[in-house]
Design a protein around this ligand. Structure first.
Ligand code: TRP
Length: 456
């Protein structure tokens, strides 16, 4: 969404735009990978609890902040509490958004490559007549080879950065959004179809059990910490995006209702992805341990497509939709930094966009090469990509989210939170003290506990 003083015209448009930022690689690529690495059903359960108990309240807090302050990630703190240092919280969000963009762009590049090779047909040139095991090996080694090479993933990543620069410069976000209003529902329907197909594969029951039946012995603080991070990541929390979006919400928007709708729809997408991925993995007897979480989606989905009648076309359709979903998210992340530079340092949009996105050519390259030439470079035992992913998601997002709930709950001028939740006393009635209580007490305490235990 462009930084302008317009407001959303319709309720649907407002939800669609917020959803456009939320649904992206987080739910589609990252969620299944995290589920696989954190015990399947156990992770799903904890994730759902995190969305309900923490994701939704933090989203209400961020949107309340944005609509009350009517400004960007940092500006809202200044608008509501001019003489304090709370704006540092906003600054933190901007930095986090930037770091996320570094590795997110790389995965967007992979998506581009898989779209391209679906179009040219090379992705499916040998797939269909292979046995299951051979096919598994083929797609597995294809992805491994692809990301461990240096040049092609890097070029794909750079192309994605250039596309982002183009969109941000030309200010065609509106156009992209209009596309995404059509494409998001399409993506939804497509995932539903793939899910049904995947359940129909022989042996799928085992996969469904793995994904839906929680093995309670697998739940640890580490798993809870990862689920919390995934919650913030997939709902676009903790970086001021929703603050910015909500500053365009009309006064009549029901913030709690909107947050519940957006959170639940995003979660449905994540669950659909699990339903697509895990039955396939079991049906093909893939070795779950062997699959690197990061590559899971790029190995499993082509296998499904290779088996489906007309698979190549499904593949083209899917990766196109995924690319658009990724683009609406990268733009929403990029917009935080661009509008920050633009307002704060009074730069023109062109200069601000270049200041923000040019360094990304190098920073994203480091992430992209961390599976290739730079795979030897380890930070706390992880390569650069995985370290950055883990560090931003599990550490920075919870911190910025805590700051947001603490600020709106305790430090913003009295009554702001209630006023935003109830739209000046017109809606929510008896429920509003409950929502307020969750935001003021439960959310900060719980996030802090999970955060502390998750680290140790
Ligand atoms: N939520 C998006 C996704 O799932 C990514 C994203 C967009 C994001 N904006 C964000 C993540 C803000 C964290 C914070 O793909």
């Amino acid at each position: 969404m462009e930084a302008q003083n317009s407001q959303f015209k319709t309720k649907i448009g407002l939800i669609a735009a917020t959803l456009g930022s939320a649904v992206g690689l987080g739910s589609i690529w990252r969620f299944p990978a995290e589920a696989q690495q954190n015990g399947g059903g156990a992770f799903l359960l904890v994730y759902i609890v995190c969305v309900l108990v923490l994701g939704i309240p933090v989203m209400v807090a961020e949107t309340a902040l944005g609509r009350a302050g009517r400004s960007d990630a940092m500006g809202v703190f200044k608008a509501l509490s001019p003489k304090t240092k709370w704006w540092i919280g906003g600054l933190f969000g901007v930095v986090t958004s930037y770091l996320i963009l570094c590795f997110y762009m790389v995965v967007a590049g992979w998506t581009l490559e898989y779209l391209w090779s679906s179009i040219t047909g090379t992705l499916y040139s040998s797939g269909a007549d292979l046995s299951r095991a051979a096919m598994d090996a083929t797609y597995h080694s294809r992805m491994e080879e692809y990301i461990s090479s240096d040049s092609s993933p890097l070029i794909a990543t750079w192309i994605m950065i250039i596309i982002n620069i183009g969109v941000l410069l030309m200010g065609v976000q509106k156009g992209i959004e209009r596309c995404s209003n059509i494409m998001m529902p399409m993506l939804f329907v497509l995932l539903l179809l793939f899910g049904i197909y995947s359940i129909s594969l022989p042996g799928s029951a085992e996969g469904l059990e793995y994904f839906f039946k929680p093995d309670f012995s697998k739940i640890s603080w580490g798993v809870v910490g990862n689920a919390l991070g995934q919650t913030f990541f997939s709902l676009s929390l903790g970086m001021g995006i929703l603050v910015t979006y909500a500053s365009y919400y009309p006064k009549s928007t029901n913030l709690v209702g909107t947050s519940v709708t957006v959170s639940l729809l995003t979660t449905v997408v994540a669950i659909l992805m699990g339903v697509i991925i895990f039955p396939t993995v079991f049906s093909y007897n893939m070795d779950l341990e062997q699959l690197r979480g990061t590559t899971l989606v790029f190995v499993t989905l082509p296998e499904v497509f290779a088996q489906m009648p007309g698979g190549r076309w499904w593949s083209i359709l899917f990766f196109t939709l995924l690319l658009v979903a990724a683009l609406t998210s990268t733009i929403s992340i990029g917009e935080v930094s661009v509008s920050f530079i633009q307002r704060r340092f009074r730069k023109s949009r062109i200069v601000a966009t270049l200041i923000v996105l040019l360094p990304l050519f190098i920073l994203s390259a480091l992430c992209s090469l961390s599976f290739g030439s730079l795979s030897g470079v380890k930070i706390f035992g992880e390569n650069i990509f995985n370290f950055l992913d883990m560090f931003t998601t599990n550490y920075l997002l919870p911190i910025t989210s805590i700051l947001a709930v603490l600020f709106i709950g305790w430090f913003a001028p009295k009554g702001v939170l209630r006023n935003e939740i109830t739209n000046g006393g017109r809606i929510m009635g008896g429920l509003s003290p409950v929502v307020e209580g969750v935001i003021k007490y439960l959310a900060p305490v719980l996030i802090l506990i999970i955060f502390i235990y998750g680290i140790i």
